[in-house]
Design a protein around this ligand. Structure first.
Ligand code: AMP
Length: 419
């Protein structure tokens, strides 16, 4: 029996692979402009790293990690997200001491054993940035600005950014108790998932997608009443700075995030074309994470965008197709050998070039050129070879011209029959 890929895992091919490449190139260009450097972190880490970072009560840690004992008996897990690994690397490489304020970005696959559905995979890809060692609200604004410039340059439009302030850990404790008090008498009206969440992580009730729970959540007390002046000021500065940077965000006092580590600023970017799983990316500030990993306190903020979802909401006609190759058609054995040499020379010189191998007929070679949507063919027969020339043919007009062989690179680069 032929092998099949695992459920929730996919092959990325053709136009999708090209779209991934473009989005990654946009990310590198934009993040570099904002002063972020790339970090490549391992796919596999100690499981403890993720439970410590994300919180033992979160869905990801409770039921979604690919975890196993390695050959030496260490409990390891495939990374379900990037922040935990980046924080570990920041401390392990002493960036807190050598760099101070550190700005890093990563991209690559993440693994969560969730129920596969549209927009939800078990291996998916994230692109994310992290700023470590800064408490400034301007860093929050810069991070959200960076997200929006990245989405724009990746070719996305029509997305919306929501932002909220969850307060500090202490402020959130008070808020948590208030929310638990509010929802406890309403338990019978909550969905099954929310009833379970009530005792574990009451904040998750606020982003339940069920209509009944949503209505109750919308009448729950907002966090604003529990924020200290300092948290409020932080929030106001972030919003004002975003205004200065020209980023439109909507304040959503009910926006919470599934992971425990967020403090103060949280944000989410959604796209209407994504359906039920409409979150394109999300992020926020996590001021206690570095400390909980054994480092000195280092305020931090970051975001992660899901590549599959981003690619899904890019308009199919938005991306220009790559330049078609020049097709080298050969007639006769000596020309076939020379043809291979020419294709190799063209490619080394930076020109996209293609040819068919094996003594194929002219017709079959032209069919292949058509399949590649080539506009030009270089035709090389043993006669041309003997005269030191080649024929260049424009497929659409049928026009063809003869040029000296030593001008082939220049001519193919121009892809034109006229000077
Ligand atoms: P999170 O780390 O859960 O905040 O997710 C950040 C982004 O990663 C989401 O907005 C999605 O775009 C993407 N993402 C998260 N989980 C999945 C998944 N299972 N499949 C595909 N994309 C995902």
């Amino acid at each position: 029996m032929a092998f099949q890929r695992l459920r929730g895992f996919r092959d990325i091919t053709g136009a999708d692979a090209l779209a991934f490449e473009r989005v990654e190139a946009a990310a590198r260009a934009v993040f570099g402009r904002f002063g972020f450097e790339e970090i490549r972190i391992p796919l596999l880490e100690e499981k403890q790293l993720f439970s410590r970072a994300l919180g033992t009560e979160t869905d990801v840690v409770q039921k979604e990690m690919y975890e196993f004992d390695d050959r030496s008996g260490v409990r390891v897990a495939l990374r379900p997200e990037g922040t935990a690994g980046v924080v570990r690397a920041y401390l392990e490489n002493n960036f807190d001491k050598t760099h101070g304020w550190t700005k890093l970005y990563y991209l690559g696959p993440m693994f969560r054993s969730e129920r596969p559905q549209a927009g939800r995979l078990r291996q998916f890809h994230q692109i994310g940035v992290e700023q470590l060692g800064t408490d400034s609200p301007y860093a929050d604004a810069e991070t959200v600005h960076c997200l929006s410039v990245f989405l724009d340059e990746a070719g996305a439009s029509g997305y919306a950014i929501k932002l909220n302030n969850l307060g500090t850990f202490e402020e959130r404790q008070l808020f948590r108790r208030e929310l638990e008090g509010y929802f406890a008498p309403l338990k019978d009206r909550l969905c099954e998932d929310c009833r379970a969440r009530l005792g574990r992580n009451v904040f998750r009730l606020l982003d339940c997608k069920q209509e009944g729970c949503r209505a109750l959540a919308r009448s729950s007390p907002p966090i604003d009443g529990f924020l200290t002046d300092e948290s409020r000021r932080h929030h106001e500065t972030v919003l004002a700075a975003l205004g200065r940077a020209g980023v439109a965000v909507a304040r959503d006092p009910y926006l919470v995030r599934g992971l425990d580590y967020y403090t103060r600023t949280v944000f989410e970017v959604t796209h209407p074309s994504l359906g039920a799983q409409d979150a394109l990316g999300a992020g926020g500030r996590y001021d206690s994470l570095v400390e909980s990993f054994g480092g000195a306190r280092a305020g931090s903020v970051g975001f992660a965008v899901g590549l599959e979802r981003l690619v899904m909401c890019l308009s199919a006609d938005g991306a220009p197709a790559p330049e078609p190759p020049v097709f080298v058609v050969t007639l006769g054995p000596a020309a076939a050998e020379k043809g291979f040499e020419l294709v190799s020379t063209l490619r080394r010189a930076g020109v996209r070039a293609s040819m068919e191998y094996g003594a194929k007929s002219m017709k079959s070679q032209l069919r292949a050129a058509d399949k590649h949507r080539c506009r030009f063919a270089v035709i090389l027969g043993d006669d041309e070879l003997a005269q030191g020339v080649f024929v260049m043919k424009h497929f659409e007009t049928g026009e063809q011209k003869t040029f000296p062989l030593d001008s082939i690179v220049e001519r193919c680069r121009k892809q034109s029959l006229t000077d």
